[in-house]
Design a protein around this ligand. Structure first.
Ligand code: HEC
Length: 295
């Protein structure tokens, strides 16, 4: 079937197939670039959260005089001599507050801190988060976990227990009374330095195929593909097909006895059509000799 199609059509098939394969390779490349980009973005967010927590952990807690209206939660409370009320916030509580503020603003990334052993039910992990905590506990070398879920890119990175955390997550006896008073002595104690205490979980909107295509379907790329098609068409038409047609016509004329055909002979050429032209010329010459012999 296909064999009988013209060279132009066959070549067009091959060309379109080749273009599609190149585009496919390009899309696969873009896909991994996209994941890399999302991962970098999430890593930056997580690193900032880590620094923020480390800053608070270096004091144990931070004290604030005023409360954020949307966030009345605190760990301890003190009243100074003038009757001003101060409340304290530990790293996780402050992170939860920051996370709430970030979620309400128009940023792309949202984050939270969670753990398999959570003190606050608001910090309970979901499926992806549970699975990543289990992975980090199994393999201490694993630096992050990621997945795509419901139009989001999800990323998590472990939070390790450091010396400063032991005050509230080590032995129950060492814990500040506010912690025991608020959360009891059951949960999230008994950790050692280096243990996986929980994770920072980051969520980013996935970059859709629409957006990926949008970045490389533009006037320049379309223009280049059109030029590639034109070049291909011109080459097959002028460089192959027209020359073959001419050779065919002249060969038929020779077969009819018109020996004076002008054949476009090129010496020492590697071009296959030039070689075929030479063969036709040889055939013509031997025909002339034979005709003289019998003439
Ligand atoms: C001053 C006491 C205190 C210190 C110091 C402290 N934590 Fe906590 N941590 C808490 C309390 C209280 C909670 C529950 C917070 C909440 O309500 O969200 C908590 C919660 C957490 C959570 C969230 C899961 C949960 O239990 O709800 C993680 C993860 C965590 N802490 C890790 C750490 C790490 C890591 C450090 C050291 C860098 C640290 N904490 C230092 C008191 C502390």
């Amino acid at each position: 079937m296909l064999r009988k199609l013209s060279i132009q059509v066959k070549y067009l098939f091959v060309f379109v197939l080749a273009i599609l394969m190149v585009l496919g390779a390009f899309l696969v490349g873009m896909q991994s670039l996209k994941v890399q980009q999302l991962r970098n973005e999430a890593t930056t967010v997580a690193e900032q959260v880590v620094s923020f927590r480390a800053w608070i952990a270096s004091f144990g807690v931070v004290w604030t005089e005023k409360q954020h209206p949307d966030f009345p939660d605190y760990l301890g409370k003190r009243v100074d001599v003038d009757g001003n009320i101060f409340v304290s916030k530990n790293p996780a509580l402050a992170t939860r507050e920051l996370s709430n503020i970030v979620s309400k603003s128009a940023t792309r990334a949202t984050f939270r801190v969670t753990s398999d052993e959570y003190r606050n039910p608001a910090n309970a992990p979901d499926g992806f988060e549970k699975e990543s905590i289990a992975q980090f506990k199994r393999d201490s070398k694993q630096k992050y976990a990621e997945t795509f879920e419901g139009g989001f890119y999800r990323y998590s990175t472990p939070i390790m227990v450091k010396e400063a955390c032991l005050r509230c997550h080590g032995k129950v006896e060492d814990a500040p009374p506010e912690v025991i008073a608020k959360y009891g002595s059951e949960r999230a104690f008994g950790y050692k330095v280096g243990d996986v205490r929980g994770i920072i979980s980051v969520r980013l909107p996935d970059i859709t195929i629409h957006e990926v295509l949008g970045t490389f379907v533009n006037l320049y790329t379309i223009g280049l593909i059109v030029i590639a098609f034109l070049l291909n068409f011109l080459y097959t038409q002028l460089g192959i097909i027209n020359r073959l047609k001419e050779l065919t016509t002249k060969t038929i004329n020779i077969s009819k006895g018109q020996m004076d055909q002008e054949l476009p002979l090129v010496d020492n050429s590697s071009d296959e059509i030039d070689k075929a032209t030479h063969s036709v010329d040889l055939l013509r010459k031997s025909l002339v000799v034979t005709m003289k012999h019998f003439g």
